[in-house]
Design a protein around this ligand. Structure first.
Ligand SMILES: [Zn+2]
Ligand SMILES: [Zn+2]
Length: 235
């Protein structure tokens, strides 16, 4: 008889690896997924631990401390429903207070977009490969690693995990073409367009406002380019 082993921690919290913190807190451009204004400094359990939620990366969202505390023992969608009811019936007290409009607006989209970002396998692997060996002793040390990680990421003219693998390594190491894989002999035929910081920022902003990933936006542009008639495949 097959036995399914439940290895996911539910209903309690364990100390999370440093790379999981960094992967989560750098998503949504480093901002709290709920208010979209304050920098994120906490891992919010989207499905609360108190409600038997999983204590594992796919249940995490980046949040600032005030939002995390306010959300409390609710899922993000339960919080949103409470807010909708609170707006209609403020006297009944579905929530303790009313969300500012800029926070309420796009709430659901931010949550689902950030959840997709965190669950993206190539992004996750990049953080594991680059920060899997570091272990923070306390929150202050984790925030120092976060600072260093943000610095490293801003040093790339692109998001390193969006570039292809030069080769597939048996060892669990980063072999991304425009990251660690750059040094591999097979990467010598590199013929890449490298965006400046400003160009990349502008590109990111468009992707953000369109609500798509940068990869999807690039694909859209490629399709538009091929359809434009300026270039026919094979010419
Ligand atoms: Zn917040
Ligand atoms: Zn790398």
């Amino acid at each position: 008889m097959a036995v399914v082993t439940e290895s996911v921690q539910r209903g309690k919290r364990a100390k999370q690896p440093t790379w999981v913190w960094l992967m989560t807190l750098t998503s949504n451009q480093g901002l709290c997924v709920y208010c979209a204004v304050a920098p994120s400094t906490t891992l919010d359990h989207e499905e609360p631990v108190a409600d038997n939620g999983a204590d594992v990366w796919w249940n995490f969202l980046p949040a600032c401390k005030p939002c995390n505390d306010w959300k409390g023992k609710r899922t993000a969608m339960e919080w949103l429903i409470d807010q909708k009811l609170h707006r209609e019936q403020p006297t009944v007290g579905f929530d303790t207070r009313r969300m500012p409009l800029r926070m309420f607006h796009g709430f659901e989209e931010r949550v689902s977009r950030t959840r997709r970002e965190i669950r993206e396998a190539s992004r996750r692997d990049w953080f594991r490969h680059h920060y899997g060996d570091v272990h923070h002793k306390n929150k202050a040390e984790m925030l120092e690693y976060l600072q260093a990680c943000r610095g490293e990421l801003s040093g790339y003219p692109h998001l390193p995990w969006t570039t292809p693998n030069v080769y597939v390594s048996a060892a669990a190491i980063c072999t991304r073409r425009m990251c660690c894989g750059y040094w591999h002999p097979q990467a010598r035929n590199l013929n890449a367009v490298i965006l400046t910081d400003d160009q990349h920022m502008a590109f990111s902003k468009v992707a953000f406002s369109e609500g798509v990933s940068e990869g999807d936006l690039a694909a859209k542009l490629i399709v538009a380019y091929l359809m434009s008639g300026e270039r026919k495949i094979g010419q």
